[in-house]
Design a protein. Structure first.
Lengths: 356, 456
């Protein structure tokens, strides 16, 4: 028998009492109905791997890779099990055994070669305004993230324009935070060390990020040497200094899993929204919010599934709203691609509308 | 040719035989294990019939499974063969409020039915803790019940007719669309609780009940579980029929608080949760009577301040079985000896027997459950990596089962016999088991339907 000393993960796996509560909430299970696609099934697969009773097969790879790591199973689990952590650890085992999917391998190779999982070779800071005077040393730095740097440069500019007024600097040489690399089971140690050196060098005590994935990773997977704030938290703290005008709009807010359920950041984005306009909530919110389907590598690996989940989330948008607001790049993109009838904007976009 | 391939050849789809998928289906919430050769997710009665015919001709074990939330291995393929995952047959076919009935497929999740019925002012009264995930097929197969059985009875009381695929693949209807019928033997009653050993349920016509106008919840705290047990005996003897009467002992209270820190529960030796439903006058009167009866035994009583608080208490209570795992990070709740029932007046004695067994074995045993109908759930959380502890748990479960039988009780009031409790059927039922075996042989001569369960 494998002991808990030999495999600390086994303890987490055995927390599952197989009551099946996760069947009632897992959005991926809802699409398939097979036991392997529940959190309970994934816990069993992880157990089989650890005990050496199972070898990876197509079903296992698919089951573990299809988890969006949204964490609603953990939220609802009466026994206190932590399936997203177990899934990540099982993915690591799959990688070690040479069973990563081609999409995962491609992403990892791109990240190793270019410093970002998108494989972008351009200068990471090309988004910066020419007129922007980059501050060197500050107690606060803005961690832009790969999506901000390469996919949403306009949003990165808007964010930094606000933040630099509040004394926030940039890191000299930022790389991917490591999130997609770790979540798919690879080793992101080099990325963590590099960014950690950069943060130490900057002298900052607080890192601010506008990406929920970066936020989750900086907070959970980096040493506890600095504070991490999401831009929504930072803006909520500085509402008085932003001089926001009231807009005649009604918006709804989509809680990102990695910001909300993972870290309990529910109120800050809502405070910012309510300082600007009316908020009409979606059908499921905060700790019960439905996943948009974009996380955990599902967007890249299983686009069809990802879009189905996105459409189900969009069906929860209330009537008569002007915008869907998110505080996560990945969610925003997934909700747009899911065919949202409403314009999906970032919280920072909304703030910019309210700044004269 | 493997089994999955043979099934595909007769036109069956939705089959998996991958080792990983089989591993996910090799168990339920019990400690029973059994590896199926393949799993099929049928879409309709005809497919089920084709699969059963095939299994019967070839002598292959066939196990029906709902959500796999059972605690006795009822849905585990202990003899291998085919698992029929019925959860995909999940249509609510019709809701006929005028006839007080609904027609459903077995894969409908319990809570989904009540979500549909609520706006029409009706409900399906059996109220299992696993409401959010268990299927109606599983509930019928186990004759499950839950927190409101003290007033509303068990699932058996609400099944009017079943469409069943018999072991030879033939399709029968066991009952009638009428609310009463005495034509022929009560095959509906026979099928309910037969755990898939006599046939595969493919449709169920269920009786529904109007929602009560009012519900009120009261909590009474006691120094000891035995005093709570005595209060239950006196309450029920006073003529009041609460719609729920649950006990939580001190460890269970801790587990509930850990699951939902906002719950306002006193640190008592035991708490009784009473619910009374009906008209608002009857509810008020019922709560007052219970308060009065409990007053000489309890040190504190309080009413839930509103519906939201009452619902919060019930939803936490539904989850407490698994929440026991939260008390110690290294321990996991195991289900063994967890579902005994005793005659109501024997409750205090059964409680003290359980405490004695706990003391002698050195393993804490927490007690919760539907004490109002004599159904006590016991909970043990152990280090699953320590095989000696698992052995002790099995010995404890054996003592609990034997004690319940000695007191005129039962080894399972609602969770099922499955494989985990099959050895006690003879002890509890005596030569009635021979009649059950004869029925099983008559209806399933090749023994393909859920073999290794219920002692038959």
């Amino acid at each position: 028998m494998v002991s808990s000393d030999q495999s600390p993960e086994l303890g987490s796996v055995l927390k599952c009492v197989r009551c099946g509560t996760c069947r009632s909430v897992c959005p991926v299970f809802e699409e398939f109905g097979w036991e392997s696609k529940t959190a309970r099934g994934r816990m069993l697969l992880a157990q089989g791997l650890i005990r050496g009773e199972l070898e990876p097969d197509q079903e296992m790879i698919e089951s573990l890779s299809m988890c969006t790591t949204c964490g609603i199973c953990e939220q609802k689990c009466p026994a206190g099990a932590t399936p997203p952590k177990v899934v990540q650890s099982a993915r690591q085992q799959l990688v070690q055994k040479g069973n990563a999917t081609s999409a995962q391998l491609q992403m990892y190779t791109r990240a190793a070669e270019t410093g970002n999982p998108l494989g972008e070779t351009a200068n990471r800071k090309q988004w910066i305004d020419e007129e922007s005077e980059e501050q060197k040393n500050s107690e606060y730095v803005y961690f832009v993230g790969c999506l901000g740097s390469y996919r949403y440069p306009e949003l990165a500019r808007k964010t930094f324009r606000i933040l630099e007024q509040l004394g926030v600097a940039l890191l000299e040489d930022e790389k991917c935070c490591g999130s997609p690399i770790m979540r798919t089971g690879f080793d992101a140690g080099e990325f963590v060390s590099h960014n950690l050196d950069q943060i130490r060098k900057s002298g900052a005590h607080t890192v601010i990020t506008s990406c929920a994935g970066c936020y989750n990773t900086l907070k959970k997977d980096y040493p506890d040497e600095f504070n991490v704030m999401h831009v929504s938290e930072f803006l909520a703290e500085h509402l008085d200094e932003l001089d926001l005008k009231r807009l005649d709009l009604t918006v709804t807010f989509h809680d990102s899993c990695h910001l909300g359920r993972s870290h309990g950041v529910y109120d800050a984005p809502r405070r910012v929204i309510e300082a600007i306009c009316d908020l009409k909530e979606m059908k499921s919110i905060k700790e019960n919010a439905r996943c948009c389907g974009g996380g955990g590598g599902v967007r890249t690996g299983y686009p069809e599934l990802s879009m189905k989940l996105s459409r189900k989330r969009l069906a929860e948008v209330p009537d008569n709203v002007d915008y869907i607001v998110t505080a996560c790049h990945l969610c925003r993109n997934n909700l747009i691609e899911g065919g949202s009838e409403h314009e999906v904007i970032d919280l920072v976009d909304l703030v910019c509308l309210a700044i004269d | 040719m493997d089994l999955a391939e043979q099934l595909r050849n007769i036109g069956i789809e939705n089959i998996s035989s991958s080792p990983s998928q089989m591993y996910c289906y090799c168990t339920d919430a019990s400690q029973i294990r059994g590896m199926p050769e393949c799993v099929v997710r049928p879409r309709n009665t005809e497919q089920v019939s084709d699969i059963v015919k095939f299994a019967n001709v070839n002598g292959i074990p066939l196990v029906a499974r709902g959500a796999g939330t059972g605690m006795a291995g009822g849905a585990v393929a202990v003899k291998g063969g085919i698992v029929l995952d019925m959860s995909g047959m999940d249509r609510i076919i019709s809701v006929e409020v005028e006839n007080l009935q609904v027609l459903v497929e077995p894969g409908v999740v319990h809570s989904k039915l009540n979500e549909v019925l609520k706006p029409q002012g009706f409900f399906f009264p059996p109220d299992p803790g696993s409401s959010e995930m268990c299927t109606l097929g599983g509930l019928i197969g186990n004759n499950g019940s839950g927190m409101r059985s003290v007033k509303y009875g068990t699932t058996r009381h609400y099944v009017l007719d079943l469409e069943v695929v018999m072991a030879d693949g033939s399709i029968i209807h066991t009952g009638s669309k009428t609310l009463k019928s005495i034509t022929g033997y009560d095959l509906t009653g026979l099928m309910v609780g037969s755990e898939g050993t006599l046939g595969i349920i493919t449709k169920a016509l269920l009786k529904i009940h109007p929602l009560p106008k009012a519900r009120s919840v009261m909590l009474a705290s006691f120094e000891t579980a035995e005093m709570a047990g005595e209060a239950v005996v006196r309450t029920l003897a006073s003529g009041i029929v609460p719609s729920a009467c649950e006990i939580l002992d001190s460890t269970t209270i801790q587990a509930l608080k850990s699951y939902d820190p906002q719950l306002d529960l006193s640190d008592a030796g035991a708490i009784l949760l009473f619910e009374v439903d009906g008209t608002s006058g009857a509810v008020r009167e019922g709560i007052e009577t219970i308060k009065e009866v409990c007053s000489s035994l309890s040190f504190h009583t309080k009413a839930a301040k509103d519906t939201a608080e009452a619902e919060r208490i019930w939803s936490a209570r539904r989850m407490v079985g698994a929440a026991i795992s939260r008390i110690d990070p290294k321990r996991t709740r195991v289900y063994a000896g967890e579902d005994i029932g005793v005659p109501i007046k024997e409750i205090p004695l059964m409680l003290s027997h359980i405490h004695k067994i706990s003391e002698e074995s050195g393993i804490p045993i927490m007690i919760y459950g539907h004490i109002g109908d004599g159904n006590l759930h016991t909970g043990m959380a152990i280090d699953l990596l320590d095989s000696a502890q698992m052995e002790t748990v099995n010995k404890i479960a054996d003592r609990i089962h034997r004690t319940a039988i000695m007191l005129g009780g039962t080894v399972s009031a609602e969770h099922g016999i499955g494989a985990a409790r099959a050895e006690y059927v003879r002890m509890e039922k005596g030569n009635a088991l021979d009649v059950m075996i004869a029925i099983k042989k008559a209806l399933d001569p090749k023994g393909i339907l859920n073999p290794g369960k219920m002692g038959v």
